[in-house]
Design a protein around this ligand. Sequence first.
Ligand code: MN
Length: 295
Amino acid sequence: MKLCRYDDDRLGVVRGDLVHDVTDAQTEIRKAAPYAMNGDAVIAALPQWRARLERMADGAATRPIASVKLLAPVARPSKLSCAPTNYQAHIAEMEKASAQAGSQIVRSHSSKILEAGMFLKANSALVGPSQGIPIRFPDRRNDHEVELVMVIGKAGSDIPQSRALDHVAGYCLGLDMTVRGREDRSFRKSVNGYAVLGPWMVTADEIGDPDALPISLEVNGEVRQNSNTGNLIYNCRRLIEFASAFYALYPGDLIYTGTPDGVSPVKPGDVIVCRSAPALGELTIKVSAHEAGAV
Ligand code: MN
């Protein structure tokens, strides 16, 4: 099943080119959820609601996907947990950039993620395709990083690799946008709009092997990143084991798995298209200029 959020916080099941409106289910689920719960109520309720959502979608009003404003498919993750350098070819390009800039050379070996750990992006950075990416610092380098994103479905801690994928509700495409610079990574990567998620969540049962998905990105029609999650240094199971050794994972938590090589700057006016065909689809988003005071 493909689940999307759209327009003014509506819930939809995507079938072909149509969105089937199942917002009533979302309203009921949220009403029954304790305010103090950790994580996203709708993602947490999916195992119990899955069959009912499919039936509701059968008789629901539909709209063409092209006519709706897609939001991030998860409304309230408790955290955005992100892998730093997790593709060897991306480590190599960052070393090169670092050496050219005369700064300290990034150590390159597969244990780097083990030493660095995961990092967090602010939840408030999260946007969907229709919301765009507002650039606050046009004079600095603002890079795209296309990534496979796992959506956690079941709470867990100290999760072994053998059971890791049982904790995944689904997968999305994501962009871990970055302002390059000397500030702490979580500060530079938490600009509003710098965590993109979409175009919808594909439930895990539709994805055979998350470690064998093509992933690519183009800017204004030009391919910049083109790889496969088979090249991940820490694969999806290992990332869940690694993250959950430090903190509990909750339904709706997002794990950004890291970006392959080819990261490059974008500017207001650019259009970014991320793809993982055919399973995860295509995410299109515009880069814009930040308006002072905009929240
Ligand atoms: Mn990244």
